[in-house]
Design a protein around this ligand. Structure first.
Ligand SMILES: [Zn+2]
Length: 293
């Protein structure tokens, strides 16, 4: 009798223990905000500079800690050494989720001082933070169905300065691709308080429809508005020019864009949360196929 009771207790404890192990993590906006703050503590992070390399290290170390295999893709552009950080996991059709981690070297839209670099809490910080937190929480089952690459592009934001093009990191990345991704979804400038994300004119329609429908199902229809607003050059453009379906999730109505006021206090953890929830749902529930399929 005593022995049975002990066994029962032991079994119960084991079950509880197991329960804890299988309970999967979910995206936390507050944790993503911590990444924004940590990146901004490095200072402005323009392509080719020391703080940029430190950001790449921070990204790589975080991803490795979360169990991803990490590659640094180094290349030279305009005599500067740049690097994309690529995290890979899973097996199956390839899905790319991307963002840029570099920041604009000059605050060329600042109303008072256009001589200094921006901190890039939203522009460079928010997308990076969302992808890092996503890397922590994605369910193991995702990696049985698809291969996910989280790609952190360098050199997106030095366009039109000193003869630089926009999106040089993603251009280098797509030119060296040896596999064709099913699609690439780019995240940029998603952290502001007043979050409203519209369709973008050049993005692949079925991919936008799918992402916006998921957002709607999650109750985020006030923030994901399925109407066109801007045409934007961002890292999705590099994929589109190669004929790869691609879309950008961006809230371009951000008054601090390319100014010295793009600082962590402008970032809302709830906004990061919504983007994380949408991406987590997409990859865990229906990573492949057009909307409604
Ligand atoms: Zn920018």
């Amino acid at each position: 009798m005593k022995k049975r009771l002990l066994l029962f207790i032991l079994f119960t404890l084991l079950s509880i223990g197991n329960g804890c192990q299988v309970r999967s993590a979910h995206f936390e906006g507050q944790r993503a905000l911590k990444h924004v703050q940590a990146l901004c503590e490095l200072g402005p992070r323009p392509a080719g500079q020391e703080a940029n390399r430190k950001a790449a290290e921070y990204i790589g170390n975080t991803l490795q800690r979360y169990g991803w295999s990490v590659e640094k893709q180094s290349f030279i552009y305009s005599r500067e050494a740049l690097q994309n950080v690529i995290a890979k996991r899973g097996k199956g059709p390839l899905v790319v989720i991307g963002t840029h981690f570099d920041t604009r070297p000059i605050a060329d839209r600042d109303p008072t001082d256009r001589s200094r670099p921006i901190l890039g809490a939203n522009d460079g910080g928010s997308g990076t933070a969302v992808l890092l937190e996503l890397a922590r929480v994605l369910d193991e089952s995702v990696f049985q169905n698809i291969e996910v690459w989280l790609v952190f592009f360098d050199g997106e934001d030095r366009g039109d300065l000193g003869g630089w093009a926009w999106c040089v990191g993603s251009q280098h990345f797509v030119a060296s691709l040896r596999r064709r991704p099913e699609y690439a979804l780019i995240v940029d400038m998603v952290g502001d308080q007043d979050q409203r994300i519209y369709y973008e004119w050049s993005s692949t329609l079925w991919l936008q429809e799918k992402v916006w429908r998921i957002a709607n199902e999650l109750g985020y229809s006030k923030h994901f508005i399925p109407r066109y607003r801007y045409r934007i050059i961002d890292d999705h453009t590099s994929f589109l020019t190669m004929g790869i379906p691609a879309a950008v999730i961006i809230d371009f109505d951000y008054p601090y864009w390319h100014t010295l006021q793009d600082t962590p206090d402008k970032i809302s953890p709830q906004s990061l949360q919504r983007i994380g929830d949408v991406l987590e749902y997409l990859l865990e529930k229906e990573p492949l196929g057009a909307s409604g399929n």
